[in-house]
Design a binder for this molecule. Structure first.
Ligand code: HEM
Length: 383
């Protein structure tokens, strides 16, 4: 496939082809930073689209329309400024002891020499409980939140079907009703969590309505754990597969961040994202027309040999490592520092518990194109 690939070549008489795929690092990085590309079709239209009749509206997309990733400046800038305050390095540092304690507790409760699943018994409960604590969601409700999150991942995937869409709409109704209940409780009795802080910010910012607040909580609960689960399980697998890299990882705690960057590069939890051209732009000698969609293959860019020498090799000391797993430009991942901290703490705790995890069954990768991650990674301690 050519590096700037057109998904539907124009047939004779047809003016525009409509879907592009970019694979190379410089092309993907450039589009992520280029204001001539964005997330919404509206700036690429000559006139605003007619309103969608109420009976045709999809609750999921109405909810998603408030997500930071769906917004353009100035709405994006406003929301991002509000959220940035909640995800400062200081907030992440303050969460560290809680992450360490939760990781230790989960590992202590595992059978000493029995099998366990790194995805379902460790990474999921760890990351979900942390983001829930930050936002202010009771721990007893996390099984339900996990089920809702899996539905969101399916709806956002490129392989979405009508049945999945219907499940996504029902999930949106249920999740919204649930969060409305939590918001009512916090309004009556504020706590020190993110929901209480957003509620208090809403008093000063008349643009931050109830619907947006609920959507933001759904976004953060989803974005705040699904991808980090995939980082932890992929990192575990990579280290298990390559004992000489594991030896370096265990001996050199100062290499934690470079190791996490390398896991993210090799198994990027978000493999692809999409932008719409707001102007005619030439990329790699091909003309992408205004209004056309461009899928950016982050996972491919992160293995571009022109950007990363010997790109398929795991090198936990690799520096520089300017991977695109957290994106780039105005939508650069809000939770990157939190994800790095959680990934590092989780993997250190896991390999301190046992220096020699071995596969207890074949790992199973999720059946999802956009989100790359393991659905199951059964392991057993060999020492
Ligand atoms: C390993 C873990 C993670 C990975 C690989 C990841 C990846 C990404 C990527 C690639 C984007 C940009 C998408 C685009 O430009 O189209 C993004 C954006 C975002 N991420 Fe993450 N993410 C991770 C963890 C988190 C966490 C822990 C949170 C929240 C606590 C979070 C919240 C967000 C939000 C809100 C955005 C949208 C930012 C904006 O539009 O300005 N992510 N993430």
């Amino acid at each position: 496939m050519e590096p700037v690939h057109c998904g539907r070549p124009p047939t004779p008489g047809e003016q525009a082809s409509d879907w592009w795929y970019l694979f190379r690092y410089p092309d993907v990085a450039a589009v992520l930073k280029d204001p001539r590309f964005g997330r919404s079709i509206i700036p690429a239209l000559d006139a605003p689209p007619p309103p969608v009749p109420a009976e045709e509206r999809e609750p999921f997309w109405d909810m998603y329309a408030h997500w930071t990733l769906a917004l353009e400046p100035p709405a994006h800038t406003r929301q991002r400024t509000l959220l940035n305050r909640a995800f400062t390095a200081r907030v992440v540092e303050a969460l560290r002891p809680s992450i360490v304690a939760r990781a230790a507790r989960l590992l202590d409760n595992l059978p000493a020499h029995g099998h366990f699943d790194v995805v379902t018994d460790f990474a999921f409960p760890l990351t979900l409980s942390i983001i829930a604590e930050l936002i202010g969601i009771p721990q007893r409700d996390l099984d339900q939140v996990k089920a809702w999150s899996l539905t969101i991942a399916a709806v956002l995937d490129y392989k979405r079907t009508w049945d999945i869409m219907a499940a996504g709409n029902q999930m949106t109704r249920d999740f919204t009703a649930y969060l409305n209940g939590i918001l009512a409780q916090r309004r009556a009795r504020p706590a020190s969590d993110l929901i209480s802080r957003l509620l208090s910010a809403a008093k000063d910012d008349e643009k931050l309505g109830e619907e947006e607040l609920v959507s933001l909580c759904i976004m953060l609960l989803f974005a705040g754990h699904e991808t980090t689960v995939n980082l932890i399980s992929a990192g575990t697998l990579l280290l298990m597969e390559q004992p000489e890299q594991l030896d370096i990882f265990r001996a050199r705690p100062e290499m934690t961040d470079s190791a996490i960057d390398e896991f993210l590069r090799l198994h990027s939890p978000i493999q692809a994202t999409t932008r719409i051209a707001y102007a005619d732009v030439v990329i790699g000698g091909r003309l992408v027309r205004r209004g056309e969609s461009v899928t950016l293959l982050l996972g491919s860019a992160n293995r571009d040999p022109a950007a990363f020498p010997d790109p398929d090799r795991l090198d936990i000391a690799r520096r520089p490592n300017r991977h695109l797993a957290f994106g780039r430009g105005i939508h650069y991942c809000l939770g990157a520092p939190l994800a790095m901290a959680q990934g590092g703490i989780a993997l250190r705790a896991l390999f301190e518990k046992c220096p020699d995890w071995q596969p207890a069954a074949t790992p199973i990768w999720s059946d999802n194109f956009g989100f790359r991650g393991l659905a199951s990674l059964p392991v057993v301690c060999a020492r």
